[in-house]
Write a protein of this length. Sequence first.
Length: 247
Amino acid sequence: MRLAGKVAIITGGGSGIGKAIAMAFVHEGAKVVIAGRDSKKLDRAAAREIGADCLAVSADVSNAGSVEKLVSATLDRFKQINVLVNNAAVLLPGTAESLSEEDFDQTFDINVKGLWLMSRSVLPHMRKAGGGSIVNIGSVLSMVGARNRVAYASSKGAVMAMTKAMALDHAAENIRVNCIAPGIVETEMVARFSTDENARKQRVALHPMGRFGQPAEIASAAVFLASDESAWTTGSVVTVDGGYSAQ
């Protein structure tokens, strides 16, 4: 029970990596709030897979008012906030020429502004609790480029930079900020881009370990960063990518 007594908010918690993190946190003793824009998906995940220690809250992380309602709902139910996992993200493909302004703005509104709004909202409550842990979900594309991913890669680069800046700002308050950088993980988001078998094989080949990751493998890293086992870890980027970025 490595997270016993802790309360965590997990954005994008209704599916994929976010849901896996929520399940792992509850298994380790935490109370969790999963947030996202699809209320049916959230309710289904909470009721069928995560359990009674999970509250599902419909929220748009790119909207300040919605974020405040999410934080208030968490405090009303669980009275404190110890961990925030900024997982909500969108991946809209395109090059600098082909990407629309709307898609570029949406990518940064959710992937970057949403992270900032969520962090800003929970920081006072972590300070009140005597400290906390913010875990930002970046990407292998926080560090390397990829074709047709100009907005997504740019946003995930910003996630890594924000992680380091926030870690410095709040280290003296016992609030730790770290980033997980996954490679390609078997999720609903990835499935949309892997319908062609040849394309899938090409993407798998990017990983020296010869396979995509599993959501539970990212969740294991999140448990470590949320727990007291990582008490002297802040400003770090934990790469979980099957060797993708080692090449």
